[in-house]
Every structure is written in structure tokens, then in C-alpha cells.
Design a protein around this ligand. Structure first.
Ligand code: NAD
Length: 435
């Protein structure tokens, strides 16, 4: 089939590449000329495991190409995916300017039947808005489908190729049939393609992300309470996770959720609720608790250094909002670093993939180091913000010999309390005993 993807970011590029992998001819359009040039030169502009192999293979086979021209994209594809940004517009609502702006242009440009598929995460009612905007100018038939994306950064290729489910919101039989045909190769193992109306599909995405953010946040509150009463959150986590109604996943406590999705999606659902005179009290609490959790290590650090962090030097391991991505949007690390800079501290930081993005944000305000151990040079403490695998079994002697005093503040509970005791490292984590 002929497919176009408008917006070639984390979602658009993975979507386009994976659809090319099953034999479709794909054109990915992006407004960012530099990005398009990079991709034309064979460079993957983001870090996403396993994407490079598929990217290269499909470009070579002539099934995947890139353009800055929306018109070229619209002429090429029968199915047009919108994978455009829907950031927080400043007051928590989803900013729809990209989706609606492109929709307006689509209406003016299409000359034959197209299925416009909204893959961006958008509030209930957006498909209807997109339909109306296109209809104002369109001289041909078209359908608008809501097809929210559930891929996770770091596992995006696998998630797209083997989705647990595909949600299609559509009231058109013709569009639904085309979408089912397109997705058939991805559900050979029997996972469902769930067909529903557009509004329910739009809400499914927000409900899923808000539920997961709530699960994380609930566990973080339990962890904070563990610290007050001397319980161990690791024990509680295993104790409750073995109940199949609760499940083991998404129960790890830490310094809060970040990224390009959970923070903005929880806020957008809360705001959408308000607009429909519905007060999502639970989401209000999730947002507030998570904002505090991002800097949950700060009081521990302050207490250890007698409330004086001026001229203290901190090594920070992990800057991306989670492992296996270079994405730093809403990363808890950045919130903590900002607080430490305000206190007059200096930062030496290392991340396996996110340093270019961090360098753009901080310029010379923090030092970025070549290796995780370089970050420790003359630092007064080590702070861990992201649970990259390479941090899990470090050389404790190197840590002790390089830090000016052996203390770790661990926002992701990477180490065993017993090991820290034995290594004589002062250790502060989340929801567990201090060593
Ligand atoms: P992104 O910022 O990585 O990519 C968006 C791309 O769209 C950018 O490359 C940008 O240059 C391009 N763009 C902006 N305006 C354009 C225009 N007028 N024409 C063409 N291109 C344009 O965003 P993303 O992370 O891929 O997210 C896209 C959508 O998917 C969002 O709604 C997001 O909530 C949703 N989503 C994201 C994820 C994720 O893990 N990142 C997962 C599921 C859903």
C-alpha cells in the first residue's frame, strides 16, 4: 500500500519504517529540513534500539523515503498518518495547532480519496474537528480515523511490530477495512485489532497513560510512607505485585515519571475533564505528587550536607527520562539538576545517549563527561536519576576512590542495601532504609 506519515519524530519515524518493513511504500514528511536531510543521508535522527537496521534496509529497498513537502506526501499516500506533536500548550491542555494546521492544508491539497489517520495523542473530539476542517476545503471524499499509538520509547520497534493491541476509531467501513488490511501482518499471533468509535479511541490512549502514571505515583506514595514508618518498599512491592489483579509491572518506586507522554497526557485529560465540567480529582493528585517526587532526593541531599549545597559538586548518572532513549523531555534529572544549580552546586553528568540533548539545553552550565566514572572526579556525592543497565553493577572501589566522600543518592533503587552496607557507602534511596 502507499502510505505517508506527516511528522517524522519518535512515533512517525518508527511508524513509517515499520510499515515499510511489511512491504508498503512509505514517504515520511517533516517540516524540519535538517532532520529530513539527515535521514536522506541515511542517518537515524533519534536513538531508538534496532531502528537503524530496519531504516537502512527499507531505504535501500526503495520503500522508505523522506520529504519536506506535505504536498508530495499527500499525493503519494492513500493512508496519511499524522504523527505530529501535541505538547502542553502552557495551561495543561493539548496544543492542537500542529494537527489542526496540517489538517487545514490537507483539505486544500487532496484531490482523491484519502484516509487521514490521527496517530498523535489528542483529546476526545479531535477527529471530529479534523474532519470539519478538512471538509471546509476538500473537493473529494476522505475519512478521518483515530489510531492512537501505544509504543514505548526504547522498545518502539518491537512494540510496533508486535503490538499487544491496535485500536482503530472509525465510523467508516471503507477506512476500517483499509486499516485492518494495513495492520494484518502485525497481529498474526492473534493480538486484537479493536474497532470502536473515534471518541472512545481517543480516550483509550489518555486513559491508558493516566492509569499507568497513577500506578507509578501510587507506588511512589507507598515508598514515601515506607520511609516514615520504617517499612521496605521492595518487600511491599513484591508482596502486592504477586497478586495477579495488581501485577508486577509499573510498581518500581523512584523519582517520578517524565518523558514526552505521561506528564502532558495526564494534564491534558485533567484539562479536558474540566472543559466538560468533570473534575478528575485523582489526576489532580497524580500531577501534584509526581511534581514533588521528581525532586524527592533534594531534601535527603540537603540534610546530608547540613543544608549547604553551595560549591558542592555532584556527579549525576542518567539524564534521559528513562533508559534506552535519548529523550530528555520532562526528565526528573533535569528538575533535580535545576534545583541543585539554584543552590549553588556544580554538576558533572553522564548519560549513555542523552548528552547531546542535555548539552543543547544547559550549554556550559553543567559539565558532561566522557564516561560514568569521569563524572565522579572530585564530586562530593553521586546521584542516580536513570536506571540504565550499565549503572547496575558498577565498580564500587572506583566509586569510593574517586568521590571525595563515598555517598550515593539513588533515585532508582539500583543497589542492594546489604551491598552498600558491606561496601561502607552511605546510601539513600526511595522507600528503603538509609545506610
Ligand atoms: P516528536 O516531537 O518526536 O515528533 C514530531 C515531529 O513532527 C517532529 O519531527 C516535527 O519536526 C514534526 N512536525 C511538526 N510540525 C510539522 C508539520 N507542520 N509538518 C510536518 N512535520 C511537522 O513527537 P513524538 O514523540 O513522535 O510524538 C508525536 C505524537 O505521538 C504526540 O501526540 C505524542 O503524544 C504521541 N505519542 C508519542 C509517543 C512517544 O513515545 N514519543 C508514544 C505514543 C504516542
Amino acid at each position: 500500500m502507499k502510505i505517508s506519515v506527516i511528522g517524522t519524530g519518535y512515533v512517525g519515524l518508527v511508524t513509517g519504517t515499520c510499515l515499510a518493513e511489511t512491504g508498503n511504500e512509505v514517504v515520511c514528511v517533516d517540516i524540519n529540513e535538517e532532520k529530513v536531510q539527515k535521514m536522506r543521508n541515511g542517518e537515524v535522527p533519534i536513538y531508538e534500539p534496532h531502528l537503524d537496521v530496519l531504516f537502512e534496509r527499507n531505504i535501500k529497498a526503495g520503500r522508505l523515503r523522506f520529504s519536506t513537502s506535505l504536498e508530495e506526501g499527500l499525493n503519494h499516500g492513500e493512508i496519511i498518518f499524522l504523527a505530529l506533536p501535541t505538547p502542553d500548550d502552557g495551561d495543561g491542555s493539548a496544543d492542537l495547532q500542529y494537527v489542526l494546521g496540517v489538517s487545514e492544508q490537507i483539505g486544500k491539497m487532496i484531490t482523491e480519496y484519502k484516509v487521514i489517520v490521527d496517530k498523535s495523542t489528542v483529546p476526545v473530539g479531535t477527529a471530529e474537528k479534523v474532519y470539519k476542517i478538512i471538509k471546509e476545503n476538500a473537493k473529494c471524499d476522505f475519512d478521518v480515523v483515530s489510531n492512537p499509538e501505544f509504543l514505548r520509547e526504547g522498545f518502539a520497534v518491537d512494540d510496533f511490530l508486535k503490538p499487544e493491541r491496535i485500536v482503530i476509531g472509525s465510523s467508516s467501513e471503507r477506512a476500517t477495512e483499509l486499516m485492518q488490511k494495513l495492520y494484518k501482518p502485525f497481529v498474526r499471533s492473534g493480538n486484537p485489532i479493536i474497532i470502536m468509535d473515534e471518541k472512545s479511541a481517543e480516550l483509550t490512549k489518555y486513559a491508558a497513560n493516566s492509569f499507568l502514571a497513577t500506578k507509578i505515583t501510587f507506588m511512589n506514595e507507598i515508598a514515601n510512607y515506607c520511609e516514615k514508618v520504617g517499612a521496605d518498599v521492595d518487600k511491599v512491592r513484591i508482596g502486592i505485585g504477586t497478586d495477579s489483579r495488581i501485577g508486577k509491572r509499573f510498581l518500581f518506586p523512584g523519582i517520578g515519571y517524565g518523558g514526552s507522554c505521561f506528564p502532558k497526557d495526564v494534564k491534558a485529560l485533567y484539562k479536558s475533564g474540566k472543559e466538560s465540567q468533570y473534575d478528575f480529582k485523582i489526576l489532580d493528585a497524580v500531577i501534584k505528587v509526581n511534581d514533588n517526587q521528581k525532586i524527592a532526593l533534594l531534601p535527603k541531599i540537603k540534610k546530608y550536607f547540613n543544608n549547604d549545597l553551595s560549591n558542592k559538586k555532584f556527579a549525576v548518572w542518567g539524564l534521559a527520562f528513562k533508559p534506552e532513549t535519548d529523550d530528555i523531555r520532562e526528565a526528573p534529572s533535569l528538575y533535580l539538576i535545576d534545583e541543585l544549580l539554584k543552590e549553588g552546586s556544580r554538576i558533572r553528568a553522564f548519560d549513555p545517549e542523552a548528552m547531546d540533548n542535555v548539552a543543547k539545553k544547559y550549554k556550559n552550565k553543567i559539565d558532561l563527561t566522557e564516561s560514568m566514572y569521569d563524572a565522579l572526579e572530585n564530586a562530593d556525592a553521586l546521584i542516580i536519576c536513570t536506571e540504565w543497565s550499565i549503572f547496575r553493577t558498577p565498580d564500587y572501589n572506583k566509586i569510593k576512590n574517586t568521590l571525595s566522600c563515598p555517598v550515593i543518592f539513588d533515585g532508582r533503587n539500583l543497589y542492594d542495601i546489604k551491598d552498600m552496607d558491606r561496601e561502607e557507602i552511605s546510601y539513600f534511596s526511595i522507600g528503603r532504609k538509609e545506610v
